[in-house]
Design a protein around this ligand. Sequence first.
Ligand code: ATP
Length: 373
Amino acid sequence: MNLASLNLVDINKVFPNGFHAVKDVNLEIEDKEFIVLVGPSGCGKSTVLRMIAGLEEISSGELYIDGEMVNDVAPKDRDIAMVFQNYALYPHMSIFENMAFGLKLRKMSKTEIKEKVDVAAKILGLEELLDRKPKELSGGQRQRVALGRAIVRDPKVFLMDEPLSNLDAKLRVQTRAELSKLHLRLETTFIYVTHDQTEAMTMGTRIVVLKDGVVHQVADPETLYNSPVNQFVAGFIGSPQMNFIEARLTEKNGAVIVEFEGGTVGLNEDKVIQLKDNKYTEKEITLGIRPEHIEIDPTDETGENVATVEVTELLGSETYLFLDVGGKNAIARVDPALNIRVHDKVKFNFIPEKVHLFDRETEEALLVGAAKE
Ligand code: ATP
């Protein structure tokens, strides 16, 4: 039985040149989770993964695997398999030999090696390709060989660093689904690094959002999408990204209204109750609204909340409208059947239950619903 829980306690990485790449990372990973570390380039996600693998020294903090501290345990003794972006296959060896190589080094018997390679090849649909050389395979097939090499080792934990980045868009979508299936089938812990929020959202059972070496939020995809703890997470997760609009909270006859250049949105009671306190009334804040939470009525162009359509993008099942809202840009995602054209003036409504509010200075979410896990 391959039980694998990991615990990262106050993990830091300071490189020899003094660069502090990973800052006080705390993370408990349970057995069989599919954890995705996501963040922009340079945020430290690969460094965290490399420290877990033992390829990079931990500057301070403790790393536990199944309760045992492994800071000083050699990579080969950590029962972890890493799959890299560039596959790192041996060009002169056949696919079988590539997958068998690590097992040979461990002096496993030929029969046992063959058994393990065959099982992995079957899981990954590589049975017909075992005699070929890597150069005779497509990118997607090579990627599967790299996975196969990890699977045969039967590790407690799979670490993957942007394994899909060399694949074309279509193959990436397919392989994403295959990885999810593989995770269910192998029933082991996956830790996966990517800068792509779609990969994170589609595969992760939990997602860790990093920026500048700091963990901003750890949550399941739904929570991350619906209740981001700050403006960075809100903007990073979701495509097209959340619209941010400078705004101000005011109280009128007991109702709380968000005012911005070009319109207003009234907060419903739930949101008002969620407001941590009322110190934000009459203060400058940032309003966040996702493109799919802007309702558009093209038949009305009177009064408040009217925007001008500057660009339309038809994507088949939906249309993106690039709007001018009081001189600022916003994107709305609407039904193509609305048949909206450039230069149209349209009435818009930010769905009150879907509005996000952020402190202008700290960029923290103001609504308590967005609690950190
Ligand atoms: P990417 O998506 O671009 O791979 P990442 O989030 O995986 O980015 P890391 O590779 O973990 O980022 O690097 C984190 C930061 O540490 C970067 O700013 C990088 O420049 C820096 N860094 C990485 N290796 C070293 C090193 N050996 N010495 C000094 N700084 C380093």
